[in-house]
Design a protein. Structure first.
Length: 306
């Protein structure tokens, strides 16, 4: 998914809109609501409706290079993303942090223990920040890897390959693992979204199915699922360029409903030639993503939940 994506959305140039992201720090605590880390994932109603606000760039994270694939811990204080900002280096996983959700993300740094001589993409961090999943070309093909650590202040351990038994292809990417560690949504073969499960968080995943109810040619991927399992956001090229789509369902036992493009992510930013890599916060009120205007950069937007 990411390889086709790079050819289609990366353009020359280094400018970006002059919005600061300090105002967006407050967006993580919209209306003063407590964050899931304060209340527990079952103590609040996840937002699934409303209009998205004007996407704002993360100016203290973005560079003239390529930044994409954001993923954020449940407390909103730690972000991982992908960048190729170091000349001569492959795409690599970087981090940024902040002291409170009212601050902008800053303190960008390469995550050296996850780095390799190959391209590394699509990080997905667990809510507590202790386990990370990502895809990499470091093996025999583009595959999903994982690493863990004992504390947020410690480095991750050596990455290990994620096993998906019964998977019909050798390529897997763009992982999203649910908070309990038991469900995996991912891009299969670089073409479509697939789903796998496991019975214990330390075991291998077992392939279940492709999400045929939302997959449309030529490529869909980069899935992200709300904390209650009722909203799916993903990236698709069905309209000719990278765009963010969403689907919902009434319960986790149901199939996903009709998918709809989140059109305001482009119409609110004239000049956008692609957007994707969606990452919802656990309360469903905030969305991190990339936007491609004059370069591929990280943005954030909030919905009013009406």
């Amino acid at each position: 998914m990411r390889r086709a994506w790079l050819w289609l959305v990366v353009t020359a140039g280094c400018g970006r809109f002059g919005f600061g992201d300090s105002a967006l720090g407050a967006k993580d605590a919209v209306d003063g609501d407590a964050l899931p880390s304060d209340l527990g994932l079952d103590a609040f109603v996840v937002c699934h409706t409303g209009s998205w606000s004007m996407p704002q760039p993360l100016n203290m994270v973005d560079t003239a290079s390529h930044e994409s694939d954001p993923t954020v811990t449940a407390d909103g204080l730690l972000m991982f993303y992908v960048s190729n900002r170091v000349p001569g280096q492959q795409y690599a996983i970087w981090s940024a942090n902040r002291a409170s959700v009212t601050d902008p993300f800053a303190n960008t740094a390469l995550v050296p223990e996850l780095d390799s001589a190959a391209d590394d993409f699509d990080p997905s961090i667990s809510p507590d920040g202790l386990t990370i999943y990502f895809d990499s070309d470091r093996g025999i093909d583009q595959q999903i890897w994982t690493a863990s650590r004992s504390a947020i202040t410690q480095p991750f351990g050596t990455p290990t390959l994620v096993t998906i038994t019964g998977e019909p292809t050798t390529r897997s990417s763009s992982p999203f693992v649910t908070a309990d560690g038991l469900e995996l949504y991912y891009t299969e073969g670089g073409l479509e979204i697939a789903y796998a499960t496991r019975s214990i968080a330390s075991g291998p995943f077992a392939f279940v199915r492709e999400l045929d109810e939302v997959n449309v040619a030529p490529t869909d991927g980069a899935p992200n699922v709300s904390s209650d399992g009722l909203e799916l956001l993903f990236e698709s090229f069905r309209t000719g360029t990278s765009a963010t789509f969403r689907s919902t369902r009434a319960s986790k036992a149901d199939m996903w409903g009709p998918e709809v493009e989140v059109t305001e992510l482009a119409t609110l930013l004239p000049g956008t030639t692609g957007h994707g890599g969606p990452e919802l916060t656990p309360d469903g009120r905030t969305l991190y993503l990339f936007e491609n205007i004059t370069s591929v950069d990280l943005y954030v937007t909030t919905r009013d939940c009406n």
